[in-house]
Each structure stands twice: as C-alpha cells, then as structure tokens.
Design a protein around this ligand. Structure first.
Ligand code: SF4
Length: 266
C-alpha cells in the first residue's frame, strides 16, 4: 500500500469531545502533516515483553508536540535529534531484526507516533504485511483521530488503519492508572481496532494486569531500561550495580505511558 500523502491541516478540525481540564491543549488540535518519506526515530528494540501484549519489537519515534506535564520522555519531544531514515528502507531492516527475535508484533511509541503518521504508516504496514500485529501509543484521543481522518487527514487514517491495538489520550499525572498494564493514566483508552487483541483488551479491562520492566547490559557496560517500574523499586533493584551507567530507554508515548512516579523509565 503506498504511503499516504498528508492533507493540509485544518485548524478547526478538532475533536468534538472535550478533554479533561488538565489535558495539554495540543492534544485537541490536529497533528502536523509530516512527510511520508522520512522518519525521525530514537530507539528500536527487536524483542521485548514490556511494551504490549506478548513478545514484540518496539520503535520509539523522536518528536512530540503535545507536551504532557510530567512526561517521562521529554528528551523525545524535540523534532531534532535521533536518526532520520526513509521509512520503507528502515521498515525492511527493522522487520528482519524483529523476525529474528521471534516477535508477534511491533509497538510504536514516542515521542508521538501520529506526529509522523504518514511515515509510520509505511513501517506499520510492512509489519502487518509480514503477518505481525501493530500496537500504537498516542497522546491524541481516538475520537479526535477518527474525526481528523474523516475530515481528510489521510496520514492519520493510514496509521489508524495499520494499527491493531491503540493506547490513546494524553498523560494526566494526577490520574494514575495502577490497574491496567502499559497505560499511564486512567483517562487513556486501550482500544482494539481489529479483532487481533479484542479478547485481550476485554480481559484486561475486566481483570487488570501487571506492568513489566526490562534491564539490558550494553556492550560498553551500561544498563538500558525499558518498560515501567516505580522509581523506588527500580533504584532498589539497581543498588549494587555501582559504576554502571543507566541509559534510560523510556517509552516514548511517554508520560501517557508512565504512571505516577516521574522519572521512571519507560
Ligand atoms: S506522554 Fe506521550 S504524548 Fe504526552 S508529552 Fe510525553 S511523549 Fe508526548
């Protein structure tokens, strides 16, 4: 499927559903129409069990305009830095690594995936066409995204169409969600956009679930962390690793992916 061409942004094309008062205003306005031919990204893990259902690859994108107060990943806000690649070529490389890792799908986090919707749709479709699932985290709300898609935003429509499981809504640090895995605050939705995870979503909404955190030793002797943990628990875990460098690998969907304890790695 060819990359969608972003349509001009209509400043008035916001969701009709009001946001909670604490929500950042940018979450209610359409994302920028970014180019389909270049993707700015920050990190990639070929296999993790901490970033969604099952064993998954995870791709953190660089850049987020929403700026939720308390976001755990402010280093991923800037639309500079990271690496820039052609999304089709990048998808081929990442898919090969993910398949070597034996994953069931790809998780897109940030940063804000819908701020680069056209390029990420290219990546997401490549994984879907290989028989893998796609989970996407976003600080925008699903009703807003569908309204913008219906209003002509083909890039937004394309990424929604390539997503099986969506976590949506800005991170509200005063409303932590300690019951459902992967979500930072109770306002956020866990939405099965295809049947792939419908039963899992129903189970998690009914029973809740646990978060996970992963630590990896890097070749230079440092430690990378992803997933979620309370800061105190993580510091206790890391006690005794004197001299180790903690390179935080945060979930880019960031604060809306984190919970109450600011600074916890995602
Ligand atoms: S929580 Fe997500 S949407 Fe909110 S500022 Fe951080 S990266 Fe952006």
């Amino acid at each position: 499927m060819p990359a969608a061409t972003p349509a001009p942004v209509s400043p008035g094309a916001a969701s009709t559903t009001p946001l909670a008062p604490a929500a950042p205003p940018a979450a209610a306005t359409p994302p920028p129409a970014s180019p389909a031919g270049r993707l700015r990204w920050a990190r990639f893990l070929p296999a993790t069990v901490a970033e969604g259902p099952g064993r998954r690859a995870a791709l953190w994108v660089q850049g987020c305009r929403i700026h939720c107060p308390g976001c755990f990943n402010p280093e991923l806000w800037a639309a500079r830095g990271g690496r820039v690649d052609d999304p089709a070529a990048l998808a081929a490389r990442l898919l090969a690594q993910a398949q070597d890792g034996g994953v069931e799908g790809l998780t897109l986090l940030g940063g804000e995936p819908f701020d680069q919707a056209a390029a990420l749709a290219v990546v997401a479709r490549a994984f879907r066409e290989a028989g893998l699932t796609v989970m996407t985290f976003t600080g925008y709300r699903h009703p807003s995204l569908t309204a913008w898609a219906d209003d002509g935003r083909e890039d937004v429509a394309a990424l929604l169409a390539a997503t099986d499981l969506l976590v949506d809504g800005p991170y509200l640090r005063d409303h932590p969600d300690r019951r459902r895995p992967w979500l930072g605050s109770t306002n956020q939705g866990l939405r099965a956009l295809t049947p792939a995870y419908a039963a899992e979503v129903a189970r998690l909404e009914r029973e809740g679930g646990a978060d996970r955190v992963e630590l990896r030793l890097t070749r230079d002797g440092g430690i990378e962390v992803n997933g979620w943990a309370e800061v105190a628990a993580l510091e206790e875990l890391l006690d005794g690793l004197d001299g180790a460098r903690l390179a935080r690998l945060r979930r880019p969907t960031g604060p809306h992916l984190t919970r109450t304890t600011e600074g916890a790695p995602r």
